[in-house]
Structures are given as structure tokens and as C-alpha cells.
Write a protein that binds this ligand. Structure first.
Ligand code: PLP
Length: 387
């Protein structure tokens, strides 16, 4: 961390009280698209906002420090961040990706592969034989998503990055589900971290954005130059709002995961629930591994309810405090049905292979009182149990 300050101090105050024009404590937002040249043939630090913008740079600098990276590139969405992070792949190159990744990621990789931009192998990265076989084919990039969306499978970042490195591949980790407050993949050996800043980093469900963070400065420069070339850099207003969200990242995530742990324990004991996926539960297959690479278990839970789609319909229609909506990481609690919502773009066969069944529900835990969320889930599960 820069200047030896704790990550939470960086999140709350990086770049505060630096304004030289008026002494503004909170940095002003710079919406100007263009910047005056101080003299002929002498550009200033900024010339055009697609390439560089002080507000966006302030956010990038903060996120790079939180992830322990050399450089962050802020882009227009999480999908743009993933696409940018994979932009070094050439026709014929192989990408190894998780079989149970976010539905939009699965669509991006499948369509790029269908267009011949690169080849993709979707595998269960917890299956040693499948991983070894994929690495033996000489992939250029290995993409990890941990915990995975929506089944919360935990992938061993240290192990996969070191095997990938030995095979000559770059490792990219999608850290959206935990945020740098709970997991720092670069310190575990990854080359690039990707975020949908739409989720926990912004945290208020009012900005679509993404980030790519590079461990290596030269690779970060290349990605920044390519983001400018293809025009995917994020807007200053989005950067301003996202930095405002980052200020409270640690307190939000800590509180949200405390409530999530209580709700996961409640769900695990409930007769209308067949299975809970939450690495914080000692019974979860990812629990021991999560403890070695995460500093917390996060605020995302998924569970399979008894009774399949009819029970799902009853639960989502009965809930009052949880809102039925896609996305996650905001201050309001959301419930989603992955097969018909976040993962609808995945073909049914790939969904089944990944273990995303009809009775699966995903929760993003917000900042409401724990007792309100518990009471809400309890009455909805009771109603489903009476079906
Ligand atoms: C939401 C999400 C994305 C995509 O991000 P957008 O900002 O919606 O483009 C990528 N990965 C994960 C894990 C996500 O949850």
C-alpha cells in the first residue's frame, strides 16, 4: 500500500485535499472533454478526455492502490473490462475459462470464439485433471472468477496462477464478488484483475463501470493505450460517483458480510432449502480454501430451494424487503433467479453442466437491518413450504 497506509485509509482518503485552485477537500469533477495546450507543440498533462481525465485518473489511482497494482484502467462496464483484459488474444490462441462464470462473460467468450477471434475452453477449474489437460494445450490466458457467479465455487488463485505461469499463460482474475476489501489476486500471483465496478466498488446501483488492474506497469500502459484506441474508457461523472462509493467500501462490505453470514446459517437450517452455497459456512466445500486467500466471505449467497421453479415463483412473489432484480453489491438487498435472469444467455446445456438448476436463487445482501431480512426470508420460505 502506498505510503504504508492501510487500505481502508486509502479507500476513504486517497487524493483528498489536493486541490491547488481553491483548496477543495473533495476533488472537483472535470467534465471538460478537451484541454488547452500551454504553448504550441507543448501539451499539458491532459489533452483529450478519452485518453486521460483527472477525475477518472483519481479513481484509477485509488483502485490500483487497493488492488496493489501498478496501474488501473477505468472503462465503461465490467464487460468492457473483461474484453480489454483479453485483448492480447489472437486468432488461434486458447483461453481457459471457468465453466460456471457470470452469464455475460460466458456470452462474450462464446461469441468471440464463434467469430474466430480466439478459442475458448470452459472447464471446472477445481477439477485437477481437466485443468492439467487444458494447460497442456498451451493456453495464452487463464481466466478465473472466484467465488464464482452464482454457485460461489472457490478457485485456488495461488495454485492456478502458478500452474498457468509454468505453462506460459497470463492469469486474469474477476474480483467483482469480493472487491479488494476482501481479496487481492495480484498478491496471490495474478497478472490482471478485472472488476465490474457496477457492483461492490460503486456500491449504490447507479453506475455501470469496469476496471482492469495490472501488476506490471508496461502491461497496464498497453491496456490504457488500447482502451483509448477502441474508445471504451469510462465517463468522468461515472468515475466521480464510483470514487464516492469507494470511500465507504470497507464499512459497507464488512457490515453486508456480517448480515450475509447470519442469513446463510438461517438458510442452511431451513427445511425448505435443499442446499446453501456460501463459503463462510464451515460445511461449504470452499470454506477452507477461501480462508487461505480471502479476508472475508463476502455478501453473496446462493441457495437451491426444495420444490424447484414453483417454489422459486412463490418465494420471489412473497418477499417484501428483497427486490427481484439483477446485479449485486448495492446497499439494497436483491434476489435473482440465475436461470431466467443473469444466466439466461447461457444455453441450457451449459447451465446444467455448470450446476445452475431451476430451483437456484441468488441473494445480494445490503445494509438493511438483519432482523428485517431474516423475517422476510422466513415468511417467504414458509409460504413456499406450504405449496
Ligand atoms: C456484473 C458482472 C460482470 C459484468 O459487469 P457489467 O458492469 O455488468 O458489465 C462481470 N463479472 C461479474 C462477476 C459480474 O458480476
Amino acid at each position: 500500500m502506498s505510503d504504508g497506509r492501510a487500505a481502508r485509509t486509502i479507500a476513504a482518503t486517497n487524493g483528498v485535499a489536493q486541490d491547488t485552485a481553491f483548496g477543495a477537500v473533495i476533488a472537483p469533477i472535470h467534465l471538460s472533454t478537451t484541454y488547452k495546450f500551454p504553448a504550441f507543440e507543448k501539451p499539458g498533462p491532459y489533452d483529450y478526455s478519452r485518453l486521460g481525465n483527472p477525475t477518472r485518473d483519481q479513481l484509477a489511482d485509488t483502485i490500483a492502490k487497493l488492488e496493489g497494482g501498478a496501474r488501473a484502467v477505468m472503462v465503461a462496464s465490467g464487460m468492457a473490462a473483461l474484453d480489454l483484459a483479453l485483448s492480447s488474444l489472437r486468432p488461434g490462441d486458447l483461453l481457459v475459462a471457468p465453466h460456471d462464470c457470470y452469464g455475460g462473460t460466458h456470452r462474450l467468450l462464446s461469441l468471440r470464439s464463434a467469430r474466430g477471434h480466439y478459442r475458448v475452453a470452459f472447464i471446472d477449474q477445481g477439477d485437477d485433471a481437466a485443468l492439467a489437460a487444458a494447460l497442456a494445450e498451451g493456453p495464452k490466458v487463464v481466466l478465473i472468477e472466484t467465488p464464482s457467479n452464482p454457485l460461489m465455487r472457490v478457485v485456488d488463485i495461488r495454485r492456478v496462477t502458478s500452474l498457468a505461469k509454468a505453462a506460459g499463460a497470463l492469469t486474469v482474475v474477476d474480483n467483482t464478488f469480493l472487491s479488494p476489501a476482501l481479496q487481492q489476486p495480484l498478491a496471490l500471483g495474478a497478472d490482471l484483475v478485472v472488476h465490474s465496478t457496477t457492483k461492490f466498488l460503486n456500491g449504490h446501483s447507479d453506475v455501470i463501470g469496469g476496471a482492469v488492474i495490472a501488476a506490471d506497469a508496461a502491461l497496464g500502459e498497453d491496456l490504457a493505450a488500447w482502451a483509448n484506441t477502441i474508445g471504451v474508457t469510462g465517463s468522468p461523472l461515472d468515475a466521480y460517483l464510483t470514487l464516492r462509493g469507494v470511500r465507504t467500501l470497507f464499512v459497507r462490505v464488512e457490515r453486508q458480510q456480517r448480515t450475509a453470514a447470519a442469513l446463510a446459517a438461517f438458510l442452511e437450517a431451513h427445511p425448505a432449502v435443499a442446499r446453501v452455497h456460501y463459503p463462510g459456512l464451515p460445511s461449504d466445500p470452499g470454506h477452507a480454501l477461501a480462508k487461505t486467500q480471502q479476508t472475508g466471505f463476502g455478501a453473496m449467497i446462493s441457495f437451491a430451494c426444495v420444490g424447484g421453479r414453483e417454489a422459486v415463483r412463490c418465494i420471489v412473489n412473497t418477499l417484501q424487503v428483497f427486490t427481484l432484480a439483477e446485479s449485486l453489491g448495492g446497499v439494497e438487498s436483491l434476489i435473482a433467479h440465475p436461470p431466467t435472469m443473469t444466466h439466461a444467455a447461457m444455453d441450457p446445456e451449459a447451465r446444467t453442466k455448470a450446476g445452475i438448476t431451476d430451483g437456484l436463487l441468488r441473494l445480494s445482501i445490503g445494509l438493511e437491518a438483519e432482523e428485517d431480512l431474516l423475517a422476510d426470508l422466513s415468511q417467504a420460505l414458509e409460504a413456499a413450504g406450504r405449496l
